[in-house]
Design a protein around this ligand. Structure first.
Ligand code: FEO
Length: 400
């Protein structure tokens, strides 16, 4: 069923209330999601993006109820990832000759995933235009590495709509479609989680792209991403947030992340959390057992933090596998401008704290020297080392 967006533009996507994970199981979905596709019906009719592969037949059948598929003049594929291109095969079986507008990298992506099917590709670059009639047009903007090499946005003049694809999106099911109708608290929670876990690795590129888009001085009435709510009420609010988030963002927060075998490292984690509050009552403190907490939610809290403390006991001359995996994901997200400390218990060889420090440094954190290493279970001497670790974490911000 179509939903009206603005003028002659409708939403024709799929609201995925049942979705629980994304990118395999690498991204947790707590509040549903959507794959947003758009139908532009000016003198020319354009379909912008499709939906994820499992919904391809429903998508085509639903689209047929809205429009004679032969009336579609052009298809725009802003991004080749299968959550947006997954219905192209079913659609192109119906209208095989229709031109597909996309980047050169998107052609590679689509042919790589679906094979060479003889589709009528029209490769576009930043600034290329597609006339819609009535004085309106689509202007393409390459969004390379935001977040794939093929990513692209399309700006519709006349209606002032930016079809931004993944940028500014959220994994968030909003049947009411628009930001002014969505639960604002959840909307921002999901927008931030999406930014942190999907876009932050590309924050330097994003900063440049946001400046490039701002320099165009285009009016934005609507920012229509490919997931979640459409930004209609003050759409620039999410652009302003992205500008902040892409610039080594932090709040007055410290996150403690750990796993534990026999509760010794857990005791240290809680002692560190308590000491942060004692030394700096205004600092928000969050504590997570990374083996039990949702990693995408924890990473969102790490993103907001100015410092983290990470703990693991020594096991197998290393750290617990839960912490090792978590640190690997931490490294991928390329956080900037954050301090880190390490702590943990051990029974004999005791390498965990040293390894944690190496891994945290490798993940781009400014690692403080102070540490807490506790033989067997923490005793008075170990707890006495906590204030120095916390003082160092809370001290002046790290070097840029
Ligand atoms: Fe929503 Fe990169 O796909």
């Amino acid at each position: 069923m179509r939903k009206h967006v603005k003028g002659n533009v409708s939403w024709v996507g799929y609201i995925d209330w049942e979705l629980e994970t994304f990118h395999g199981d690498d991204y947790s979905i707590m509040n549903g999601s959507s794959q947003n596709a758009y139908l532009v019906e000016e003198e020319k009719t354009v379909l912008i993006d499709t939906v994820w592969t499992p919904h391809r037949f429903d998508f085509v059948e639903n689209l047929k109820k809205e429009i004679d598929l032969n009336k579609i003049d052009y298809i725009v594929a802003n991004h080749g990832e299968c959550d947006h291109s997954g219905a192209l095969t079913a659609l192109m079986d119906e209208i095989p000759d229709k031109p597909i507008y996309c980047t050169a990298n998107c052609v590679k992506s689509l042919e790589g995933q679906y094979g060479k099917r003889g589709w009528n590709f029209n490769v576009v670059k930043t600034g290329d235009e597609l006339e819609l009639g009535g004085g309106k047009k689509l202007v393409f903007v390459e969004m390379r590495m935001l977040h794939w090499p093929d990513s692209m946005a399309a700006y519709m003049t006349g209606e002032n709509i930016l079809f931004a694809n993944d940028a500014f999106g959220q994994h968030f099911a909003v049947e009411e479609l628009f930001n002014d109708k969505a639960d604002r608290c959840l909307l921002y929670k999901e927008a931030l989680k999406y930014f942190v876990n999907i876009l932050n690795p590309f924050a330097p590129i994003l900063k440049k792209k946001l400046a490039e888009i701002a320099a165009l001085n285009l009016p934005f009435d609507v920012i229509a991403p490919s997931h979640g709510a459409i930004w209609r009420e003050n759409p620039m609010q999410i652009v302003e947030k992205y500008v902040q988030w892409a610039d080594a963002y932090q709040e007055n927060q410290v996150t403690v992340a750990y796993d534990t075998m026999w509760e010794g490292t857990a005791k240290l984690a809680h002692a560190i959390a308590g000491e942060i509050s004692r030394q700096s009552p205004d600092t928000v403190v969050k504590v997570f057992n990374v083996a039990k907490a949702d990693k995408n939610e924890v990473m969102t809290e790490v993103f907001k933090s100015k410092a983290i403390a990470v703990g693991s006991p020594t096991v197998g001359n290393s750290v617990l596998s839960s912490v090792a995996g978590w640190l690997e994901f931490l490294k991928q997200l390329k956080f900037k401008n954050k301090k880190a400390a390490a702590f943990g218990c051990y029974g004999w060889s005791g390498e965990s704290v040293k390894i944690l420090k190496q891994l945290l440094a490798g993940a781009g954190f400014d690692v403080v020297e102070e540490e807490v290493r506790s033989l067997w279970n923490p005793d008075e001497n170990d707890f006495a080392a906590v204030p120095a670790l916390v003082s160092s974490l809370l001290a002046a911000p790290p070097k840029e």
